[in-house]
Design a protein around this ligand. Structure first.
Ligand code: HEM
Length: 183
C-alpha cells in the first residue's frame, strides 16, 4: 500500500529492527555452530548452541508473517525521486528477495531439524508441530539448502545495510530516516 507517507509506521519500524537483531544473532550463532563446533570435540555444547540457534530463529516465521501482512495493509513511503527507475526496480526486487529469504530460512531450518529427528523449538516455550518425521532423504536436500540460503541471506543483508548507509550518508535522502523516525 502506498500514499504520501514519509515514514514507516511505528509498528513496521519495531518489527523491522526486531527482525534485524534476531536475524543477525541467529545467523552468527548458526555460522559459529556449523563452522567452528563439532560433536567430536565439543560434545553437548554444540547441541546446546544449535538449540539456542533454533529457539531464536523460529521466531522469524511469526514475525515475517505479521510483517508481510502489515506491509500490505499500511502506507509505505515512496522511494526518493532522485532514484532512477531502474534503481527503484532493483530496490523493490531486493526487498522481495529479503521477504522470500526470511520465509525460506526458517522453513528449511525446521525441515532440516524434523528430518534429522529433532524438534523445532520456539523461545524455549513450545515446539512447532512437526510436519514431517525423521527422513534421511529429505535431510540430504534441506540441509545443504538451509546452508546455501543462509549464505545468500548473509550477502543480501550486508547489501541491504550498505545501501541504507549509502542513502543516508552519500545520497543524503530520507530512506534510512523513514525506518527510524516518526516526524
Ligand atoms: C532467519 C532464520 C535463520 C537463519 C538466519 C539461519 C542461519 C543459519 C546459518 C548461518 C547456519 C550455518 C550454515 C553453515 O554451516 O555455514 C545455520 C545452520 C543451522 N540451522 Fe539455521 N538459520 C535460521 C533458521 C533456522 C531454524 C528455524 C532452524 C530449526 C528450527 C535452523 C536449524 C539449523 C541447524 C540445525 C543448523 C546446523 C548447525 C550445525 O550444523 O551446527 N535454522 N543456520
Amino acid at each position: 500500500m502506498k500514499n504520501n507517507a514519509q515514514y514507516y509506521t511505528k509498528t513496521a519500524q519495531i518489527i523491522h529492527w526486531l527482525m534485524a537483531i534476531i536475524f543477525i544473532v541467529a545467523w552468527l550463532i548458526g555460522f559459529y555452530s556449523g563452522n567452528f563446533l563439532s560433536y567430536e570435540t565439543d560434545g553437548s555444547f554444540k547441541g546446546d548452541v544449535i538449540t539456542l540457534h533454533k529457539n531464536i530463529a523460529t521466531t522469524i516465521i511469526f514475525l515475517v508473517v505479521i510483517r508481510i501482512f502489515w506491509r500490505y495493509t499500511h502506507p509505505v513511503p515512496e522511494l526518493p525521486d532522485s532514484m532512477s527507475p531502474s534503481m527503484k526496480v532493483m530496490a523493490h526486487l531486493g526487498h522481495l528477495a529479503l521477504y522470500l529469504i526470511l520465509l525460506a530460512l526458517p522453513i528449511t531450518g525446521c525441515l532440516f531439524s524434523w528430518s534429522a529427528g529433532h524438534p523445532a523449538p520456539v523461545l524455549y516455550l513450545f515446539n512447532i508441530p512437526r510436519l514431517i518425521g525423521e527422513n534421511p532423504q529429505i535431510l540430504s536436500i534441506v540441509k545443504p539448502l538451509h546452508i546455501y540460503i543462509s549464505w545468500f541471506a548473509g550477502f543480501l543483508v550486508i547489501g541491504h545495510i550498505l545501501m541504507a548507509l549509502k542513502h543516508h550518508f552519500i545520497d543524503k535522502d530520507n530512506v534510512l530516516k523513514s525506518m527510524t523516525r516518526q516526524k
